[in-house]
Design a protein around this ligand. Structure first.
Ligand code: UDP
Length: 414
């Protein structure tokens, strides 16, 4: 296991985006938790929503005086092949789960757990990858409260995969899911819903001055910000359905011939499917100069694309939450997204974007074209979008809910 490098965060800066009462509550909660040692465990320091969340939560908790720590598993491709199959199986994709796969999962988890040098009062295991470490953690830290934070949509899993994971999950003291419907799959531990959130002060989400924005736009040449632009930002992953987004674009282009599409995707360290899918998507788009398949962009470039696109699309087939939706809405860009997982929590249909059934390319394309043809509607939706995210999906709210749970599992009261 290794600790990733972390940026600095200061709670003072969040006064600009949240009210004083909430900041005061965060200070009270962290003061009560000041002796608690907290550890987050996950399987990648870069790429994907979990790394994105921890990169803000951990330094901010430290700034508030908490002994908050984050360790990332060390593992090779064989392990990540297994855990991606588990992820896919939990989201409903059939594939065999063999005894050899289970053995790889157990061995790598035990090896990583054996490297834990310190003990903690709260251990938060993120997603299924490090969950196999639970028995070792129980042995070495019998006093620790173990929390499983599941970021995945568990509403339609393959039974064999669900049983494999819940055999571990049912040993935790507390579970956290991103939507109440996901909790039904977990029997045993007390379960709460905590919606993820975006950090409005990161390079990805903060406001950009004109000079920085223009420099980033120039770097994205030949993509033009003077012609209509639709963007999807997602790992290259079958569940994000970049081929479906291409279809939406092709249909919308029938009424808006100068339309451009940006498909932006990073590679997560724990996702072995990424490169192959990126190559297939790039190949599919190679003959269309108006489709830009972009990978491993710096956060400021992602920021500018989410901010300056006319419409953002999120054509997921499954989506635990989908931080990218709030990221775009926060930047006042309307989103047309699939009515799956966490997306309907974020898109208010006909108010800040549109929800469509995941297979309904035609409706998605009609909504994209409708928005592109109506500047006033885009502007209005953009204002609603900003306020919706301000109310519900910013970091201080999520932090407060997490700290309340830590208090409960530590048997503390504030
Ligand atoms: N992301 C990024 N660059 C990319 C693709 C994704 O920075 O090229 C980020 C994205 O901005 C978001 C996170 O990765 O913060 C993805 O989180 P989300 O919850 O949307 O999906 P996940 O990847 O966890 O399924």
């Amino acid at each position: 296991m290794h600790p990733p490098s972390l940026p600095d965060r200061s709670i003072e800066a969040y006064a600009a985006v949240t009210d004083d009462d909430r900041l005061e509550r965060l200070r009270e909660l962290t003061a009560t938790l000041e002796d608690a040692r907290i550890l987050h465990l996950n399987s990648t320091a870069t790429g994907g929503g979990v790394a994105e969340l921890l990169r803000s939560i951990v330094p901010l908790c430290r700034d508030l005086g908490l002994d908050d720590n984050w360790l990332v598993m060390d593992a090779g491709d064989d392990f990540f092949e297994v855990t991606k199959a588990i992820h896919n199986g939990l989201q409903g994709s059939e594939s065999p789960l063999t005894e050899a796969m289970k053995a790889t999962y157990r061995e790598v988890n035990e090896r990583n757990a054996a490297e834990l040098e310190k003990t903690y009062d709260v251990v938060v295991i993120h997603d299924p990858q490090p969950l196999g470490a639970i028995e070792s953690i129980r042995e070495t830290m019998p006093e620790a409260a173990i929390v499983w934070r599941c970021h995945i949509d568990l509403t339609d899993p393959v039974e064999e995969y669900l049983t494999f994971v819940t055999d571990y999950a049912e040993q935790v003291d507390y579970a956290i899911v991103s939507r109440s419907a996901y909790g039904a799959a977990i029997d045993g531990p007390e379960t709460s819903v905590v919606h993820p959130s975006i950090d409005p002060l990161t390079a990805k989400n903060r406001s950009l001055d004109e000079e920085t924005a223009t420099a980033e736009c120039d770097r994205l040449d030949p993509l033009s910000f003077d012609a209509p632009l639709v963007t999807q930002v997602s790992r290259f992953d079958p569940w994000k359905d970049q081929f479906g987004t291409l279809e939406i674009y092709r249909r919308a282009r029938e009424s808006i011939p100068e339309l451009q599409l940006a498909l932006v995707g990073g590679m997560a360290g724990d996702d072995p499917e990424g490169l192959e899918l990126y190559e297939r998507v790039a190949e599919e788009a190679v003959d269309d100069p108006n489709v830009h398949v972009l990978t491993d962009l710096p956060d400021t470039a992602v920021n500018v694309l989410q901010r300056r696109s006319d419409v953002v699309v999120q054509k997921s087939l499954r989506e635990g939450f989908g931080l990218v939706v709030s990221e775009a809405l926060w930047k006042r860009t309307p989103v047309v997204g699939s009515n799956v997982g966490g997306i309907p929590l974020q898109i208010e249909d006909g108010h800040n974007g549109y929800l469509v059934e995941p297979e309904d390319v035609e409706s998605a394309a009609d909504h994209v074209a409708g928005l592109l043809e109506d500047d006033e509607r885009r502007r209005r939706f953009g204002e609603h979008a900003r306020e919706h995210v301000r109310d519900r999906f910013l970091l201080p709210r999520q932090l407060e809910e997490l700290l309340e749970i830590f208090l409960e599992v530590c048997d503390l009261e504030s």
